[in-house]
Design a protein around this ligand. Sequence first.
Ligand code: C2E
Ligand code: MG
Ligand code: MG
Ligand code: MG
Length: 281
Amino acid sequence: VAKREGGGRVRLFEPAMGEEVLVKQKDKVDLRDALTRRQLVLHYQPIIDAASGRASHAEALVRWAHPTRGLLGPDKFIGLAEETGLIVPLGVHVLRTACLRAVRWRRDGRRLGVAVNVSPGQLSGEVFPREVAELLSATGLAPADLTVEVTEAVWADETAMRVLMAVRELGVRIALDDFGTGYSSLSYLRRYPFDLVKIDKSFTAGLGGDPRNEGVVRCIIGLAAVLGARTVAEGVETEAQADWLRREGCDYLQGYLFGRPDLLENWRPELLADPVPLPHS
Ligand code: C2E
Ligand code: MG
Ligand code: MG
Ligand code: MG
């Protein structure tokens, strides 16, 4: 056993691995610089009230305006941020920017809520609910106009759930992101209250021609309704998908059919004609 452990330790110093560590170190420094140099920008994707076809809120999706590599999507750096702990300051930046933006929209006469993605690593301590509360009072954003989106990874984590529920106590809405793709069991749904279920885009993509997939989506919509939550379908790309989802009673639609993540100024104007805020729960 000692020998195997020794072997394991030696492996740490293999040149290839050393290089990997160095690359990661450099990426980490770059990402930290990006935060201070304001290279992390938010794009907003409309979430559409299915009944009226108008926007109800906007999901903030972070991008890295990299000086040499162009606009990088979150898949390129959120993992690194989570591994290095940078997700905490990054998350604060995203939250603050999104809240300020929503307040500005409102000042411009558009009452649009904003949804922000939050990683499990941001929910490790009581500091997060306090920061959210401070941010809400500093910006004047109504708690109900902020939605926090978490994936099912959070639901299995007792501490994270406690922190999340403290945020919900403030009046902030909680959305279950990528629903149906994680490992969570239905028992969590029984235990914790939440406001929105986001049907993962893989289910939306499978609509049309696959009765089993459609049956699952129908069940998610029904389950959410029974639990007092509303449903958002992610990844809506076609009219046929939107029609099917509307017919089945899905409350909100989000996807390229309505608009890609972008600056609000570039949204299709009809989405903004008369925004429909989320109802009070
Ligand atoms: P998500 O929260 O599930 O966001 C939805 C993703 O689906 C976004 O990808 C969005 O651009 C994409 N999408 C929207 N409509 C369509 C469509 O019709 N078809 C297809 N194929 N895709 C669509 P994006 O922006 O690359 O974000 C990926 C993930 O990164 C997000 O998934 C979220 O988990 C994470 N993320 C984004 N911003 C943040 C952030 O500020 N903090 C944290 N912790 N995670 C973030
Ligand atoms: Mg999301
Ligand atoms: Mg999602
Ligand atoms: Mg996702």
